[in-house]
Design a protein around this ligand. Structure first.
Ligand SMILES: O=C1O[C@H](COP(=O)(O)O)[C@@H](O)[C@H](O)[C@H]1O
Length: 245
């Protein structure tokens, strides 16, 4: 995989996921992945169907880059969306490898974020003492039309968080208001970060992010230390770029 920011057709997502998961599994025995909510679960379902027989989902460990603090059976839950589209359809994912928020903590965003951050450190067998930041093999992010990603929203104080790797948010401008989210230090420490963004509603903001590098949009500030950043777009989403897909 080359270094730097690459814009690629979403039709190549399945092959990308296959390559990166196979290489992580052959190096470490598992594939540590974080996924997002919103439209992503449907796009992942399509990508998984394409090479279904080749994916070794039993070795995938999945976290959520952000989660809405609602019950798992609520349609707003990011886990729920992934469960309906992905985990119910691809049976070889191991339930214990799908890392969810603690449902008992949804009324306490601070505790919920602490608990989820702890789950991440445990998974990576690292001490949560500030000395090391876990490094996901891949973090898959979505993009809102306002330029938000995960639950990092424009002009929100969470954009400046440098201590917490998973932070609570109680005033999300997009409902539901209470959520937890990966912050930049964790996102930017991933080995690879890839955005998946489709549809005409994202075209304008994508131009501002990818070509004008407008830092007022939270997604622009995703700059992995590894320099491995990918954008998977479809034709409508890329329509306002100089070189549309
Ligand atoms: O609220 C959220 O929105 C973003 C973008 O969602 P999309 O439906 O426009 O793709 C998503 O990535 C994030 O996980 C979610 O909580």
């Amino acid at each position: 995989m080359s270094k730097g920011t690459e814009v690629i057709s979403v039709s190549a997502l399945s092959e990308f996921l296959l390559e990166i998961s196979e290489s992580s599994i052959s190096n470490n025995g598992v594939f540590n992945l974080a996924i997002s909510g919103g439209s992503m679960s449907k796009l992942l379902k399509e990508a998984f169907k394409k090479n279904e027989a080749s994916f070794d989902f039993s070795k995938w460990i999945i976290f959520f880059a952000d989660e809405r603090l609602v019950k798992f059976d609520n349609k707003d839950s990011n886990f729920n969306a992934s469960n309906e589209e992905i985990f119910k359809n691809f049976k070889s994912f191991k339930p214990e490898n799908i890392k969810k928020i603690d449902q008992n903590l949804i009324k306490n965003p601070k505790e919920c974020a602490v608990n989820y951050q702890e789950q991440i450190f445990n998974n990576f067998k690292l001490k949560n003492d500030g000395s090391e930041i876990p490094s996901f093999d891949l973090i898959l992010l979505g993009l809102g039309p306002d330029g938000h990603t995960a639950s990092l929203f424009p002009n929100h104080p969470l954009l400046n968080e440098i201590k917490l790797l998973v932070a609570p948010i109680t005033d999300s401008p997009k409902p539901p208001p209470c959520r937890i989210s990966f912050t930049y230090p964790l996102i930017n420490n991933a080995k690879v970060v890839a955005f998946i963004s489709t549809g005409e509603s994202k075209a304008e903001v994508l131009k501002k992010i990818l070509e004008l590098k407008d830092l007022s949009f939270p997604a622009t500030r995703v700059t992995p230390l590894s320099k491995q950043l990918f954008w998977f777009l479809d034709t409508p989403a890329s329509s306002k770029l100089k070189s549309p897909i």
